[in-house]
Design a protein around this ligand. Structure first.
Ligand code: SAM
Ligand code: PRE
Length: 235
């Protein structure tokens, strides 16, 4: 279904509710530059670091697009587990998993509270930015603690620049991208307002610092387009 969520006046902050879940796959493909490429690169590093019967967690898996993608290319037996606290998202994830007859598990839960088993890899694409800054660092530490030695955490985020002019230009560049994807200025502004204080992006440097200070020995960007970046952090 096509994303038309912000064509009408908004009454509330952005939420991953039924209305958003119903159009989410279209929303992501049209709102995240190089979404498919970031999925591909995430899949590459997950597969590289996966051992027989290893565990992979996808935090904020939404409709499970990425795990289904990874499942298709698995070369060994693995446990692919998606977590999300939106019932509407998971209902769609389950339908897709069933339709593909895929070996992917999804669970309703809070990624901040979940009791993780020792994993080969964690993924979190465009989810950390929705976790309150006060508890974001604690989550990174929990992820590092739950990874096996040299395990990897691949995460994608919208990022900001602390150079004011560059930051303004990055946002303009992104809005041009959204216009090319068929979103009107009205929809773009409405969504911007709805995301205010809900999506809290860090800079590239702040994300790397957060990983290095919370249990990872190395972190760098493996893909970046304007204000969107994919990082890999190694325990
Ligand atoms: C931007 S979406 C993620 C997109 C998805 N990873 C992808 O690449 O298609 C963020 C997701 O995180 C989920 N989420 C946000 N906070 C959460 C939390 N504390 N626990 C579990 N899921 C959460 C939302 O319900 C939403 O589905
Ligand atoms: O559309 C925007 O303005 C975005 O920031 C895109 C973005 C994201 O980066 O997570 C925001 C919310 C939706 O979950 C999908 C994509």
């Amino acid at each position: 279904m096509n994303d038309k969520v912000f064509t009408k006046p908004i009454k509330k902050q952005f939420e991953f509710d039924e209305e958003v879940a119903a159009v989410f796959d279209d929303m992501l493909e049209r709102s995240v530059p190089f979404y498919k490429e970031s999925q591909k690169i995430t899949k590459f590093f997950v597969l590289k670091n996966l051992s027989e019967n290893g565990i992979v967690y996808d935090l904020g898996c939404s409709t499970a697009s990425l795990l289904l993608n990874i499942n298709r290319d698995l070369e060994c037996k693995a446990n692919l587990i998606g977590l999300d606290n939106s019932e509407a998202m998971l209902a769609r994830a389950k339908r897709k998993i069933e339709a593909f007859g895929a070996d992917v598990q999804v669970e309703l839960g809070d990624i901040l509270e979940y009791e993780y088993k020792e994993a080969d890899a964690f993924i979190s694409n465009y989810t950390l930015q929705f976790i309150r800054p006060l508890v974001r660092e604690k989550l990174i530490k929990k992820i590092a603690d739950s990874l096996k030695k040299e395990g990897v955490f691949i995460f994608s985020e919208k990022v900001i620049s602390h150079h004011p002019k560059l930051n303004k230009d990055l946002i303009e560049c992104y809005y041009d991208f959204k216009k090319e994807q068929g979103y009107s200025e009205y929809e773009i502004m409405q969504k911007r307002e709805a995301l205010e204080n809900v999506l809290v992006p860090y800079s590239e440097e702040e994300n790397i610092k957060m990983a290095l200070e919370n249990g990872f020995s190395h972190c760098e960007v493996v893909f970046r387009w304007a204000n969107f970046a994919t990082f890999i952090a190694i325990k």
